[in-house]
Write a protein that binds this ligand. Structure first.
Ligand code: GAR
Length: 212
């Protein structure tokens, strides 16, 4: 049996959320260990961050597979190797197929840079600017087969200010992402999250070991 709870992070690029998460493991806020960074992109800066932190980095390069099914089989194998309690999608920019999503149902979380259900999909911050909303933010949610549509764990808001463009707004939202994601992961490992239909109930104190 594993002594500690573990998670793996999937990231496709810069990896600032990955960094924020592992920093909060290091300072003891997240009561679990990050055992791997897995990326679909061999050029992802997240790989450098993993190396610097002494965390194994696995590249499952989407481009080296002839179809999505083969890619996903390799991805599942890479995740399974670490047998994680939780899979964290931190700027992982591919839509996962149903096999992966079902396998980790209730144990896979994603962050999205909008207040879902508004502005799902790519370029969420630009979508918010174009729509003209006055409040934006980020959402951490459980992953389901429908893109950016799983039960919401945490949302944090930011104002949209006169003169903002997508990049300025993205930077403001990112500050909140770096708080929201560690918080959601901590709640998961404290066993305080319960999915009830579309909603996630958050209990106020860590659940006790029960016999029932
Ligand atoms: C973050 O803003 C994250 O919310 C977004 O990509 C960025 C990754 O930044 N994810 C999505 O848009 C997923 N649909 P990071 O690599 O610095 O963490």
């Amino acid at each position: 049996m594993k002594a500690e709870k573990t998670f793996v992070v999937l990231a496709s690029g810069r990896g600032s959320n990955f960094q924020a998460i592992i920093d909060r493991v290091s300072d003891g806020y997240i009561p679990a260990v990050c055992t791997a960074l897995i990326t679909d992109n061999p050029d992802a800066y997240a790989i450098e961050r993993a190396r610097a932190a002494g965390i194994p980095g696995e590249v499952v390069a989407f481009r080296s597979f002839t179809n999505k099914q083969l890619y996903e089989s390799a991805l599942i194998a890479a995740i399974q190797k670490y047998d994680p309690d939780l899979v964290v999608l931190a700027g992982y920019m591919r839509i996962l197929g149903s096999e992966v999503v079902r396998r980790y149902s209730g144990r896979m979380v994603n962050i999205h840079p909008s207040l879902l259900p508004s502005f799902a999909g790519l370029h969420a911050q630009d979508q918010a600017i174009q729509y003209g909303v006055k409040v934006a933010g980020c959402t951490v949610h459980f992953v389901t087969e429908d893109m950016d549509a799983g039960p919401v764990i945490i949302q944090r808001t930011v104002p949209v200010l006169e003169g903002d463009d997508g990049d300025i707004l993205a930077d403001r939202i990112l500050v909140e992402e770096h708080k929201a994601f560690p918080e959601a992961i901590r709640l998961f490992f404290e066993e305080r999250l319960r999915i009830e239909g579309r909603a996630v109930r958050i209990s106020s104190s860590p659940s006790l070991n029960r016999c029932d």
